[in-house]
Design a protein around this ligand. Structure first.
Ligand code: ZN
Length: 80
């Protein structure tokens, strides 16, 4: 299975969404065990999701720090 399809499915799984048709948890894990690129991608996606979660929490009480965090995320996303 192509890495692009795996990553789409991984993204859905991280978001708690339904996996694309034909993709199972088992297939994702099997691919991850043999593909360092996708393992790295998932780690990065998890980190970003955690950052966004913190930004959402911060935005409720502290607009300035939420904006700073979002600026930080933007600067990081342009670096690749
Ligand atoms: Zn892969």
């Amino acid at each position: 299975m192509h890495c692009a399809r795996i990553r789409t499915a991984l993204s859905a799984r991280l978001d708690g969404e339904q996996l694309p048709p034909g993709v199972t948890d088992h297939r994702l894990d099997a691919h991850l065990s043999g593909c360092a690129d996708c393992r790295q991608w998932q780690a990065r996606a998890r980190e970003l999701a955690a950052d966004l979660g913190r930004a959402a929490v911060a935005a409720e009480g502290d607009t300035a720090s939420a904006e700073a965090l979002l600026a930080h995320l933007r600067s990081r996303s342009t670096s690749g």
